[in-house]
Design a protein around this ligand. Sequence first.
Ligand SMILES: Nc1ncnc2c1ncn2[C@@H]1O[C@H](COP(=O)(O)OP(=O)(O)OP(=O)(O)O)[C@@H](O)[C@H]1O
Length: 341
Amino acid sequence: MATAPSQALIRFDGVGKTYPDGTVAVAELDLDVAEHELLTLVGPSGSGKSTLLRMVNRLVEPTSGRVLLDGDDVAATDPVRLRRGIGYVIQNVGLFPHRTVAQNVATVPGLLGWDRRRTRERVDELLTLVRLDPALHGPRYPHELSGGQRQRVGVARALATDPRVMLMDEPFGAVDPEGRRGLQQEFRRIHDELGTTVLLVTHDIDEAVLLGDRVAVFSQGGRLEQVADPVTVLTRPASPFVEGFIGDSRAVRLMSVAHLEAGDVDGAPVTARADATRADGASREPLRVGQSLDAAFSALAASPDGTVPVHRADGTALGVLTFAGLHAALRRAGSPASPPG
Ligand SMILES: Nc1ncnc2c1ncn2[C@@H]1O[C@H](COP(=O)(O)OP(=O)(O)OP(=O)(O)O)[C@@H](O)[C@H]1O
């Protein structure tokens, strides 16, 4: 029997799910999720994303194949124990309405019998992590929060026992579009900080490419059409289905996931004019290598002379970016050097 390589924390090994009425929700699937990875599962309604997610914590049992967590078949693990070790966040959160925010976050530590002090410290730490004020928001009830704040509490609750794996099903689905972008960015920050392995279901391709280290695209019948890093999915869709699902705004989406590199910058030495202070005395905020092309575009659009100084990651001056440089960067991002997988 093959064992999972140490870097695959979750392995779908020939996993399929056909519901009793004959609906094939997930076709036979092989997929590895590396430890610390944030994998987004994206596809239209009914493409089996939620079913797949729920097979990891045994809310749904596969009809074929196995789900391995750290090399062990989850079918052999007691479901209650299994779920205590896996964070689970769903749309509309499912907070307990008659328990305060702090009590909601403390749910699993309570089940595990943590003492009051340890629980209290952990709750404060988590609320701070998701940018809520423990003193202000901790004693409130869920109905006294905004939708975005409730969603943050859901994330904090799921992180309470520092699970190795988080399953998130449309976690930001109920939040309005503006609040949603902020939450996505914060969640990415939290993920980078904690390194939790995350499977995140969404039907929103923008969310999938913004958040995912890799993106898995599904079609009806739970067919995996492509799994790759966001830039590859956007620039080399593996099938007409993926191409259609990405739609026409591919360049715009690419701008948010592709990054400025040193080679995109005009290598001419940085002049005092371009780098520091404009004639009107306003200092011009430099870009840094590694920022998104989106940010570069905004900076260029706001620049009176169509140039923006660029600094290296260490803060030292590198050169200037022009629209021609941005165009070249977009072309570079649009044609990855690696051959299609
Ligand atoms: N308990 C069930 N019994 C029968 N069919 C089901 C059951 N749960 C889901 N299905 C069907 O399985 C398919 C996949 O559903 P699933 O919820 O996994 O898809 P999804 O991609 O998460 O969709 P959505 O984005 O709408 O939540 C759908 O056709 C759905 O109707």
